[in-house]
Design a protein around this ligand. Sequence first.
Ligand SMILES: Cc1cc2nc3c(=O)[nH]c(=O)nc-3n(C[C@H](O)[C@H](O)[C@H](O)COP(=O)(O)OP(=O)(O)OC[C@H]3O[C@@H](n4cnc5c(N)ncnc54)[C@H](O)[C@@H]3O)c2cc1C
Length: 387
Amino acid sequence: MTDGFTEEQIAFKEMVHRFVESEIPKAWARELEKDEDHYPFALWDKFTQGGFHGIGIDEEFGGQGGDIIFQMILARELARSLGGLAWIWGITSFAGVKSIGLYGTPEQKQRYLPKIAAGELRAAIAFTEPSGGTDLLGGMRTTAVRADGGWRINGEKIWSSSAHVADYLLLIARTDKNVTKSYEGVSLFWVPTASKGVTITPLPKLGMRSMGSCSIHLDDVFVSDDLLLGEADKCWRMLLPTLNNERIMVSAFCLGVIDGVLEDALDYAKQRKAFGRTIGEFQAIQHKIADMRIAQYQVETMMFDCARKMQRGVVSNIETTALKIVASELANAVADSGIQVLGGMGYSAETDMQRYWRDSRLWRIGPITNEMARNSIAEMLGLPRSF
Ligand SMILES: Cc1cc2nc3c(=O)[nH]c(=O)nc-3n(C[C@H](O)[C@H](O)[C@H](O)COP(=O)(O)OP(=O)(O)OC[C@H]3O[C@@H](n4cnc5c(N)ncnc54)[C@H](O)[C@@H]3O)c2cc1C
């Protein structure tokens, strides 16, 4: 779909599509994903080669510029081949580009954004804790206490993706316990992973295995004052406006997965034979493929609607939350159906369906679970908070 795109956006989409086809094909993504013990630095370098780390960063800081539509195009095209490994671009884009770009001081922007744009700095998000993902604020045990010239951080984080290879962690910690609301007294830090007292351990998991998602132990980690992002104690309200962006971007990854599944299922259905005919001649297979195209249309339409409204500043939280739910559930259902179309080969590590299924399964859980997302829609409709 390029309806409503500018010429520049169409050219960008075509460029990324060609780049992914030649430099990041599905077969390579399949190989990269398997290797739990090695982070795919070569893939990171491909993103640098394509100039993708600079998308969303202003030209004055060495970036390529690019609004939500450009970011969405990139996320979708990457995920079509990479599935969840597209996060390897997305994490630094979220953690670095958006946080520093939105809340950084002029000095912080000057110091970090050019390095991110050049692919010289990797960041990871360290929000979730063992005691709370959905109840992030209520479960937060990590504290940062004022010290001479900075802060001392103690606590545990979990599931921080790519933290083991990151240069910085975008980390939230409680800086004031004497508050009446749990969203008060929380601050945002940009923590160098090389700091004394930081221990990072990758965790085995279902999908995106080579990306690595990690537990982090913080033992009296000192961070200087210039590593605080935004105002102390007030980061939660500051972060809220970025949620709409995050939900749209996750949906773009989901849409990329739907694209990848649809093209592989269609291709297989036209070649694989049973009972002397191609399986694509059977109505049961045709309906599955038709449903994939319907899902693609649904997510595409909702996603562009949200993105364009966001550009005009009129998107509602209900719309972006609904989009995240629909996109993640359809992507995972489509990938499941893709496995069925390929039969045994869909379950094989030699094809991509199993990878798309494993990766898209996560997006029903993170960055917000679909149960919590539904809670929040109900609440926005005026129903009482159920928790
Ligand atoms: C592979 C992977 C990568 C991740 N990457 C990152 C990362 O880079 N950085 C980061 O900070 N985090 C990351 N996360 C964490 C992710 O955001 C959390 O897993 C997610 O927010 C859910 O939190 P939880 O796992 O603690 O589940 P819990 O909060 O324990 O929830 C368990 C279940 O209870 C349900 N539940 C809880 N409360 C309610 C309620 N009020 N109403 C209805 N149902 C409820 C949930 O929906 C869920 O089904 C990642 C997670 C995974 C698995």
